[in-house]
Design a protein around this ligand. Structure first.
Ligand SMILES: [Zn+2]
Ligand SMILES: [Zn+2]
Length: 276
């Protein structure tokens, strides 16, 4: 089944331009057309008439407007940091259209944060009547945990984010690993035969909770996807000049970048090969 992966946002938690920063990348990013303008990290996975979003940060409403996104069928969360969850409330108008509620998927640590921030949405007592009509599903944290959605399967790929282990996701021939400083050994087996690998690459210098450019390039070489795209990018990486320095199969993502891939389960691909 064909799918598209759209980068709703490709920036780090402080976004680019970063407020108050006079650097050349930030100054250039005041031009809305600049690829250096990076909103908070999020992707849209669209297939078979369904829209699945991974993370809703502070910029979700404007990202959805930009991409003409008028319906969301499910949201998966990677972890509970502000740049990944604070836009949950922007799902309200889209959730009202769904009688069963809009399903959200998050592990316990992330679900706890979402419930705490949006307490008025989840409380059973005197619930604010116009709050988001969402149903929060708590997911297991084991590597390889499967979340089946609309004929595709989203597989949890644990990644290290500084001291925490958070969720990356593999879906068909693509994987999205944002906010990643390292990949535990057990996760590599879940990343074989990828057409598209999306990895965190914050800047050139090492950082305690995010991978940096040289390390992410090494990880791409080890994992061996056909193409790799870096996200969660700070003002430390200018778009055009950084891309010019990268191998041909590795690119910086940018807001609005759209990729096509196959979201069929890998076992289905094997099956169809057998039949052929
Ligand atoms: Zn982040
Ligand atoms: Zn984070």
């Amino acid at each position: 089944m064909n799918a598209t992966l759209t980068f709703l946002g490709s920036g780090t938690s402080m976004a680019v331009p970063t407020l108050g920063c006079p650097c050349a990348v930030c100054v250039s990013a005041y031009d809305p057309a600049s690829p250096n303008r990076r909103t908070r990290p999020s992707v849209l996975v669209a297939y078979g008439g369904h829209n699945v979003v991974i993370d809703t940060g502070q910029d979700f409403q404007m990202q959805a407007v930009r991409e003409n996104l008028s319906a969301v069928d499910a949201v998966l969360y990677t972890h509970g940091h502000a740049d990944h969850v604070l836009g949950m409330d922007d799902l309200r108008p889209l959730s009202f259209a769904l009688p069963e509620g809009l399903p959200l998927y998050a592990d316990d640590a992330t679900a706890d944060v979402i419930e705490r921030i949006f307490e008025y949405t989840f409380t059973k007592v005197d619930r604010y009547p116009a709050s988001a009509r969402v149903v929060l599903h708590r997911t297991a944290t084991a590597a390889g945990t499967e979340i089946p959605l609309f004929g595709a399967t989203f597989v949890r790929v644990p990644v290290m984010h500084g001291p925490s282990t958070i969720a990356g996701y593999r879906f068909g021939s693509a994987a999205y690993l944002t906010d990643m400083s390292d990949i535990p050994e057990e996760s590599f087996a879940l990343l074989e035969n990828l057409d598209i690998l999306v990895l965190d690459a914050l800047r050139r210098e090492p950082h305690p909770s995010h991978s940096h450019l040289a390390k992410s390039i090494e990880l791409v070489e080890r994992i061996g996807p056909k193409r790799a795209f870096f996200t969660h990018i700070s003002h430390g990486l200018e778009h055009a000049s950084t891309n010019a320095s990268l191998p041909e199969h590795i690119r910086l993502a940018h807001d609005g970048l759209r990729l096509t891939f196959n979201i069929s389960d890998s076992k289905d691909i094997v099956d169809s090969t057998d039949i052929a």
